[in-house]
Structure formats: C-alpha cells, structure tokens
Design a protein around this ligand. Structure first.
Ligand SMILES: *[C@@H]1O[C@H](CO)[C@@H](O)[C@H](O)[C@H]1NC(C)=O
Ligand SMILES: *[C@@H]1O[C@H](CO)[C@@H](O)[C@H](O)[C@H]1NC(C)=O
Ligand SMILES: *[C@@H]1O[C@H](CO)[C@@H](O)[C@H](O)[C@H]1NC(C)=O
Length: 399
C-alpha cells in the first residue's frame, strides 16, 4: 500500500485552513439559512394566533386532524392559571418561552405549570389533540383516522408527559393555538430561532360575533378578563367592552406590524385569516392555509371539513368549547338576530378602527342589523402571494 507522507506543519496548516473555510462558509451561509445551531430539520412550527371565541377551536381541529400534525391547544392557559396575579404584559414572556420549548417538543417547561403528579389529562383540552389519541402517545386512533374526544378521554390519559413528548418528535408539523398574545414583538426571538421554522396564522372574527359568543359564557372568562385588563378595577357592566377594545387594538397592532414594513424575518411568515371567509368558503380557505404551512390536503380531510361546516344549528351554551357539526355561515351571522342593537353599537364604538381595517361594515340601525341580506363583510383584498424563502433557493440579496 502506498503511504501518504505529509509532514506535521502541512497537516496543521490544512486543518486550520479547513476550519477557517467552515467558519467563513457558515458565517456567510447563516444569512441565507440557518447553519450551525440546531436546525429545524424540515420541521414546521405553526402558531395559530387568535382570540377567545373567534373560531380557533374549529381551525385548530383542521390542523389537529391532519396526520402530519402534533397539535396542542393554548399552552399559555397553564401560565395564566398558575400565575394569576399580574397582567398580560408581565406574563407574555413566560407564555412565549413555554411556546418555544413546546415547539421544540421539550415538555419540561410545561411540567413546571402542572401539579407534581401529573397525567396527559392535565394538559388543557388535551383530548382535542388527535396526536395525543394516536400512536405513539396512545394506541386508540390510527394516525390517518379522525379522533373521537370522548373515547380518547376514557382511554388515552397516561402518567407523565413522556408519551406526549415522544409523539411530538414524530410529526413534521407542531401546531400550537394561542389566544394570549396582544402583539407580535415578544415572538421575534422565536422567528429568529434557527431551530424553528415558524409560521403565524392570525385568525380574526367580527367583534360583534365575538361579543355575542363571549356573553353566552361570560363566567368562564372572569379570570382571563382580569388579566387582559391588567387587574384594573373595571365595573362589571364595562368589562366585556374594555376586553373587546383590547382585543380589537391587538388585531390592529399585529396586522400593521406584520404587513406594513415587517422586519425581514417576519416577511412571508404571517397570514391573516378572517373567520367569515373560512365559514363561507372553507375548502378554498383551508387549502390556502395548508399551502402556507406546507401541509397536504387529502380527500378524506375535504369530506370531514365539508361535514363539520355544513351541520345544523346555531350553537348553544353547551358547545362553548366544543366543535360539532354546525352550519358555519349561520353561526357567523347569529349575532345579528340575537345581540341587542345597543350592545352592537357599543362594540362598534370600541372596535371602530379594527373593524374598518379588517373589513367589517358597521350597522347604523336595528333594522339594518336584522336585515340579513345586507352583506356586512367587505370582500378581502386580493390575496397577496408571498412565497416563503425555501431552503434550497436562497432569497435574492437586495442591492
Ligand atoms: C393519573 O393516572 C393514574 C393512572 O395512570 C391515576 O391513578 C391517577 O388518578 C391519575 N391522576 C390524575 C391527576 O388524573
Ligand atoms: C365516540 O366514542 C364514544 C365512547 O366510546 C361513543 O359512545 C360515541 O358513539 C363515539 N362517537 C362517534 C361520533 O363515533
Ligand atoms: C372599585 O371601584 C368601585 C367604584 O368604582 C369602588 O367602590 C371599589 O371600592 C373599587 N375597588 C377596589 C378594589 O379598588
């Protein structure tokens, strides 16, 4: 065998040269795509950012039932209920950090908010997550099937979060639904985390419909409302309106931040969805949301979506946190016949800016409100295509 003769200093020189090349290449490459620390391995992280009673349970299920998705509802609920005293501003970093570790399938942060002896069933609305009812978390539901919450609740709660963590690691998409953000800035570190490939789906809904829905189950919002209002002393009659005002302001803040001069790491990573568009045209809207996050639409999902958006009934108190078959268009119009005009006017007052920005027309009389053939939805601006920079196709470097 021929022997390779290289003297020591040549060797050292070559090693240093190679090291320098790697450092230079990484430094240059990091601007195009993450290089070095924990890349996302093609995993996509989706934050379904919404507000209470805005149809996010429904859109959450659209993700949850997809076979490529590990879904959890409102990790932030655990933070808000464990650390109740302060206001939303003080808690948002804790919620942000919980989201970050959960996106990374690390449940140790979550455990800090659970009782010492905990089961999967301690996770908020855990049985709404199809992934927690499927292998490897639970043998009950094959991954390609739709889950049954009742059956899952009976059979799938195991001790500890090990099963959830193992399951999370086997999916290409981790989707978290959250209603506890009122701005985007605190999420910037997640958007810049090279280990995350974050997409934000921002779901909004007509504030008058949100108001009607909140009134139906106002008791369940007492504690959350106090946190939204930073524990201010607000008279009971005013609480709902002030909370609505905060929510509406947050819509404006978030949309403006994301679509007008966004920082470079936010470009193409934000999609605004109106609940009403979703209700009127579920297949097209959901198709476009799936495209945005890189999920495939299947024929069984199409059938399921049709079924759950074309059921009967306007929704009742019992269904506060449930998703059942209801006629989505009826649900989105229900406020017009059931919310008194005086309340509608007050909501319109506190939400004027957000309504005009999001395309919800105000009504000026009780008659106009109840005349359902007057369409109050302003057609959306033509869909803005903003392709995500792909890993193989570096984005154009601006001169
Ligand atoms: C957790 O599950 C175990 C059985 O796996 C059960 O004995 C225990 O009561 C459960 N604890 C809670 C808090 O649900
Ligand atoms: C869900 O599971 C429960 C309990 O096993 C069963 O009674 C019910 O019929 C199931 N629902 C559907 C829609 O399959
Ligand atoms: C809250 O305000 C009401 C009247 O506006 C007052 O009577 C009450 O003492 C206040 N409560 C606290 C805790 O400040």
């Amino acid at each position: 065998m021929p022997r390779c003769r290289v003297n020591l200093s040549t060797m050292i020189f070559l090693v240093i040269l190679q090291g320098a090349a790697v450092v230079l290449f990484c430094g240059w490459y990091v601007q195009l795509s993450p290089c070095g620390s924990a890349p996302s391995h093609g995993k996509v992280h989706v934050l379904l950012l919404s507000s209470w009673r805005s149809g996010s349970s429904f859109l959450g299920q659209v993700f949850s039932q997809h076979q490529s998705v590990f879904y959890l509802m409102e990790p932030g609920w655990h933070v808000w209920t464990t650390l109740q005293r302060p206001g939303a501003r003080a808690l948002r970093m804790a919620v942000r950090d919980l989201l970050r570790s959960t996106f990374h399938c690390d449940f140790s942060t979550m455990e800090a908010y659970l009782p010492q002896q905990h089961n999967v069933s301690n996770l908020f609305m855990w049985s709404h997550s199809r992934a927690l009812c499927s292998p490897p978390a639970c043998p009950l539901t094959p991954r390609t099937h739709f889950s049954n919450q009742t059956a899952c609740q009976l059979q799938c709660s195991t001790r500890g979060l090990g099963g959830a963590q193992r399951a999370c690691n086997t999916y290409s998409h981790v989707v978290l639904k959250e209603v506890r953000f009122f701005e985007l800035e605190s999420l910037y570190p997640l958007l810049q985390d090279p280990g995350l490939d974050l997409r934000i789906v921002h779901l909004v809904r007509d504030p008058r419909a949100v108001m009607r829905s909140r009134e139906e189950s106002s008791k369940s919002f007492t504690s959350d409302s106090a946190i939204v209002l930073e524990q201010r002393n607000v008279s009971t009659a005013d609480v709902q309106y002030q909370v609505m005002q905060e929510i509406c302001r947050s819509h404006v803040r978030i949309k403006e931040r994301a679509l007008q001069k966004p920082p470079p790491f936010l470009e193409g990573r934000y999609k605004l969805v109106r609940y009403e568009d979703l209700a009127r045209n579920p297949l097209d809207e959901i198709g476009s949301i799936y495209d945005f996050v890189g999920l495939e639409m299947t024929s069984t999902l199409k059938e399921w979506i049709y079924k759950v958006t074309h059921g009967k009934g306007k929704g009742t108190k019992k269904e506060a946190f449930k998703i059942t078959s209801r006629n989505a268009v009826d649900v989105s119009q229900a406020w017009r016949t059931s919310l008194p005009h005086s309340k509608v006017r007050r909501v319109q007052d506190v939400c004027r800016g957000a309504m005009s920005m999001l395309g919800y027309r105000p009504v000026n009389s009780d008659k106009e409100q109840k005349k359902l053939d007057i369409d109050l939805l302003v057609p959306r601006e033509p869909y803005r295509f903003s392709w995500l920079p792909t890993k193989t196709e570096p984005p154009k470097i601006k001169p």
